[in-house]
Design a protein around this ligand. Structure first.
Ligand code: UT7
Length: 324
């Protein structure tokens, strides 16, 4: 008998305010055409004043609980991926825990920037496989609008706010790649690339939250190469290949990165869940948002083989292979 972390529910939440590309034409020297053609983004959502990352995460968590037919008290743990927590501490995860009325179990944040959800999934899987938790809520929630420099056209047009959540449950499997649940994980970081993507503030430096800085074309170069490589490695670990993939559910940073990675993986774009046009880059929230939207669209079905892959600040990157 093999224990697998199997998906029981999924949900997402997007703030009400939709921001079309045209709004940036009045802020910086850019055009809707540039943003669409260079990134694939058409619009993004921005949180309202006073609406926090844990508010977004709690709404996504409630949607996932409803999808699973579970109560908050059924959960043993919350693992929340974010780089934009409400406060320096406590964790956004414990704030979500309080907002959904869960007083049992434990909750903590994971910080791996845009790769955060993949890292959180791998950690939740490890909690389940080691017997420390049976039911884990895994959340990606971000308010990147709070750390954007709205004078910097090379970054402010790319990011958005949102949250997605997944509930994993320990389930007996056969130990084969036909099992439902997480089949393999592959994680990497290389801190020598710090300057490619970082925030220029923090508790022990400036005492401010700072603004996002990115050498976009350098990150782009690393992304296509490293994402295809980690996805191949994760598939290999699961004893599977590109031909077995029903859906790539990638981090949604740039349609050209998504297409380039799919091409390197030899998976056609018809088998890729794409939401970047509607959400922009929501960092750790982008994959769970895409999972939830992909299911709602009728793309992702029970039994489908999914590969998620993401890269972000650090650099940190990785991939998770799971059967829905
Ligand atoms: O999620 C975490 C990981 N992050 C990413 O994956 C982002 C990765 N990078 C990218 O998505 C792309 O590199 C960008 C969308 C950020 C930029 O696309 P690019 O094709 O790499 O363009 P570039 O940075 O090489 O810039 C090309 C030109 C530059 O002008 P010059 O120097 O050629 O005259 C920029 O100044 O585009 C200019 N530019 C803009 N023009 C109009 C940069 N931002 C804008 C803008 N509007 N918003």
């Amino acid at each position: 008998m093999t224990i697998r972390a199997v998906v029981r529910g999924v949900g997402h939440y997007l703030p009400a305010r939709v921001v079309p590309n045209s709004e940036f034409e009045t802020l910086v020297d850019t055009t809707d055409e540039w943003i669409r053609s260079r990134s694939g983004i058409e619009q993004r959502h921005f949180a309202a004043d006073g609406e926090t990352t844990s508010d977004l995460g709690a709404n996504a968590a409630k949607a996932a609980l409803a999808d699973a037919g579970m109560e908050a008290s059924d959960l043993d743990a919350i693992v929340l991926a974010t780089s934009t927590a409400d406060l320096t501490f406590p964790s956004a995860a414990t704030m979500v825990q309080a907002k959904i009325g869960m007083t049992n179990g434990f909750a903590f944040d994971v910080q791996a920037v845009c790769a955060g959800f993949v890292f959180a999934l791998a950690n939740a899987n490890a909690l389940i496989l080691s017997g420390q938790a049976k039911r884990v809520m895994v959340i990606g929630a971000e308010t990147f609008s709070r750390i954007l420099d709205f004078n910097d056209r090379s970054t402010c047009v790319l990011f958005g706010d949102g949250a997605g959540a997944l509930i994993l449950e320990a389930t007996e499997g056969q130990g084969t790649s036909a099992d439902q649940g997480i089949l393999s994980t592959d994680l990497h970081s290389d801190g020598s690339y710090r300057d490619l993507l970082y925030v220029d503030g923090g508790v022990s430096t400036t005492g401010t939250s700072g603004h996002l800085r990115m050498q976009g074309n350098q990150v782009f170069r690393h992304a296509v190469e490293k994402l295809a490589e980690t996805a191949h490695t994760a598939l290999d670990k699961a004893g599977l290949g590109p031909g077995d993939v029903d859906w790539i559910v990638p981090h949604q940073a740039n349609i050209r990165i998504i297409e380039g990675t799919a091409k390197r993986m030899q998976v056609p774009m018809e088998r890729v869940v794409v939401t970047v046009q509607d959400h922009g880059n929501t960092s750790a929230a982008s994959i769970p948002l895409a999972l939830s939207v992909g299911k709602a669209r009728g793309q992702i079905k029970t039994g489908d083989l999914l590969v998620t892959e993401a890269i972000g600040g650090g650099l940190s990157w990785g991939s998770v292979v799971l059967r829905w």
